[in-house]
Design a protein around this ligand. Structure first.
Ligand code: GDD
Ligand code: MN
Length: 350
């Protein structure tokens, strides 16, 4: 593999203590297998001596980019990928968790035709160093489960990534927020054939983890965004139905306090705001006033239909107990579909 051109991208924030041994390990890979290897470090103004460390080392194959205005793991990774000029790119953590020795295997996987490769803890031969608290382990497991709708990769949370540069350049609608840029790239680059290379994941020896509660919150939002991207109709309808159920609760509550017509109006208005925000998120830039009137009109048709269906059930099947309930339920189901279809087609257009 002496002729392949490879760029290693290291996003760093306050990793000056971990960098020397990692650079040595990467230098070893360069010497043994990948002669045309470059290193790009994308540091977010750590101000911890990273800059002087790199300039003292003075290695022609190592380049440091210091971002002064911006911060964030995913955008740092994207910046590195944009700066790379090689055929292959590898992204890894700078804290020593990811073994540089796995890089040649990852490049091999790409040469052999993989769209994407990850250094993986969860395939045969992969391991995680002991010392992960129960909480971090559980956290990682739940996060991995949440990525299931998008990929079957076992270690989809990995930050040890490899791809051809042209794969990255073909990415559509990248939205690099949060930590899980690997997942984002697999989905947005449309990678089907992802090969997992087993690694031993070491616990960070020096410095501190940057995985905070905020990072986890961002991940939740990331999953929702990805779901909207890959399964837009499912998310839209599912959310609409869920809002409908909440609206029913609001309606019952309002009925106890206000006249029928006011209760209907309150429930419709409640549903409107949540549906506009979550079920029809893609149409939020249009006039809220026009949408509101349209929504009320569409739902009124549904409400009137609901009334007739329910009375029909009650009148035509007096022999059956609970006919009113059956009528109400079936009308609700028809109503939610009707309201959804017409609101989507007429009021909340893309
Ligand atoms: N430039 C930049 N800016 N780099 C950052 C930032 C930032 O805001 N935040 C973190 N990094 C760098 C760190 O310096 C480190 O090299 C790497 O990103 C990962 O950060 P850690 O703090 O070590 O995160 P972690 O150990 O909790 O998470 C890692 O493990 C996960 C799997 O459990 C990361 O590799 C994740 O990507 C990975 O999914
Ligand atoms: Mn780490």
């Amino acid at each position: 593999m002496q002729q392949e051109t490879v760029t290693i991208i290291l996003p760093t924030y306050e990793e000056v203590d971990s960098l020397p041994s990692l650079i040595d390990a990467i230098a070893e890979v360069k010497k043994q297998t990948l002669a045309n290897l470059q290193l790009i470090i994308v540091d977010d103004n750590s101000d911890d001596g990273t800059e002087s460390l790199i300039s003292e080392k003075n290695l022609e194959w190592v380049r440091l980019i210091v971002r002064r205005g911006e911060k964030g793991l995913s955008t740092a990774v994207i910046r590195g990928l944009e700066e790379a000029e090689s055929e292959y790119c590898i992204v890894m953590d700078a804290d020593g968790s990811h073994p540089a020795s796995a890089i040649p295997n990852m490049i091999s996987a790409l040469i052999e035709g993989a769209d994407f490769t990850v250094g993986s803890r969860y395939v045969q031969g992969g391991t995680t160093e002991d010392g992960w608290g129960v909480l971090r382990w559980l956290n990682s497991k739940i996060a991995t489960l949440m990525a299931r709708p998008f990929t079957t990769v076992n270690d989809s949370m990995s930050g040890f990534l490899g791809m051809k540069r042209e794969t990255f350049l073909a990415a559509k609608d990248l939205n690099p927020v949060g930590y899980k840029i690997g997942l984002e790239l697999i989905v947005k680059c449309g990678c089907k054939n992802v090969v997992e290379v087993p690694i031993h994941f070491r616990t960070r020896q020096l410095g501190e983890s940057k995985l905070t509660l905020r990072v986890q919150w961002e991940y939740l939002q990331h999953v929702i965004r990805l779901l909207r991207y890959t399964h837009p109709n499912f998310v839209s309808f599912f959310t609409f139905a869920a809002v409908g159920v909440s609206g029913l609760g609001v309606y019952i509550l309002a009925l106890m306090l206000t006249p029928l017509i006011t209760a209907i109006w309150i429930a419709m208005t409640w549903n409107f705001f949540w549906d506009r925000k979550y079920a029809f998120w893609y149409a939020r830039s249009k006039s809220i006033f026009v949408q509101y009137i349209g929504f009320i009109l569409v739902c009124s048709v549904g409400a009137i239909a609901n009334y007739f269906i329910t009375t029909w059930f009650v009148n035509n099947s007096h022999a059956i107990p609970l006919a009113g309930l059956v009528g109400g339920l079936s009308a609700s189901v028809i109503g939610v579909v009707f309201n959804y279809v017409f609101n989507k087609a007429l009021i909340f257009r893309k």
